[in-house]
Design a protein around this ligand. Sequence first.
Ligand code: FE2
Length: 480
Amino acid sequence: MATEQGMDRVERPYLAGNYAPIHTEIEARDLPSAGAIPCDLEGVFVRNGSNPRFVASGRHHWFDGDAMLHAVSFEGGRATYRNRWVRTKAFLAEEEAGRALWTGVTERPDFTNPRGPLKDTSNTDVVFHAGRLLTTWWLGGEAYVVRVPTLETCGTETWGGRVKTVSAHPKVDPVTGEMMFFDYKPFPPYLTYGVVSPEGELRHLTTIDLPGPRLQHDMAITERFSIFLDMSMMWDPALLPQGKTKVAFFRDKPTRFGILPRHAPGSEVRWFEASPCYIYHTINAWEEGPRVVLVGCKIENPLAADPNNPKGGRPAPTIGFLRLEPRLYCWTFDLDTGQVKEEALDDTLAEFPRMDNRILGRRSRYSYSGRFAEAPTLLFDGVVKNDTDTGRSWAHRYPAGRFGGETVFAPRTGSKAEDDGYLITFVVDEATGESELYVLDAANVEAEPVARLAVPQRVPTGYHTWWVPAADVARQRPVG
Ligand SMILES: [Fe+2]
């Protein structure tokens, strides 16, 4: 076993250490805590991530694997942990077969697979909207509805049968209650965009013209606009006609930002050009008079094997062929003059940014991102809080050998100020698997955690998170 795991560290690093899947689904009430669990923290913290039930042979990419949710619900100063796989159609089919039925995303897709060439895992993001917690997939898949806090899979959301697939990272407007989503495909239409009403009705659906297929992972919203990304890293268009999906980075191709009035047809999109890069995650965008400001994490050299990458410097972690060297960055688009201003905000390598979603689309000041450890794989040795007004930053370092995940912002009950609340993330000891849920004071991230809750099983490293306030838990709608 040790040999096998040792080999995986070399050949399949995202199946080893704390990336290794777990195979138990448990519920644990009254989690013991170092530090009192705050009584003004009421709701459910949910985290999505890849946790393969059956590992396919061949190359394994961290983004392969079935969705497993880990959740901690808070009520009256007490906390309960649960974890469940999302019962996707693919998960159920493999359960029935007792084996993997798809290859990983970095293997050549099997177009003869009767269930489709790619496994829709729903393993990436999680968002609450219109009374439903939805899980989504980075390559664009069905949106699954999961009930909190039980984590029971209730079916899929198709918005009246009109939306088959959506990408990860829909955006919920905290004021209007609308949800904006996008979907991208390797065939036309390459980019689809939609708006869902606060009641869960599809209000707007349009396509946006692109010169070819692109690899958007995120979008952004302001009060009036939705913003789309057309970046310099994409499937090599020269190879696509041969059925090959090889990702290439074109240093001479500007990154384009498409700004579209929220309810306008895609033909009204206006493109702004900036320097070549890749962006996994945006943080926020807002309007300042005639200007639109976007803050996000910029990667200038996103491919590990690119011979044109600058030499020297600190090695960046890789996931498969991807090289992760993201830094906080700001783009300003002048709608009057068409000019673009670009500005680096922080040199710290950090990603999986979160903010106070109560002001998404409005001017914000603070963001909270996972700080990269010096490691060949993606590990966060702390969380960094950035103040984009002043340029200041603060960090909370986890103990040596312990790594965290995305830190969600959970407002204190009744709070109004942007950082008046908690940051929540799982922190795991790489050597022992001992897992804790950290609750930090968002206004004072450098301080000792407010509470550290002991989770009675290892929580593998995962992806995106959501905070479901108690009021949203209470207003969940059944499916069907
Ligand atoms: Fe993401």
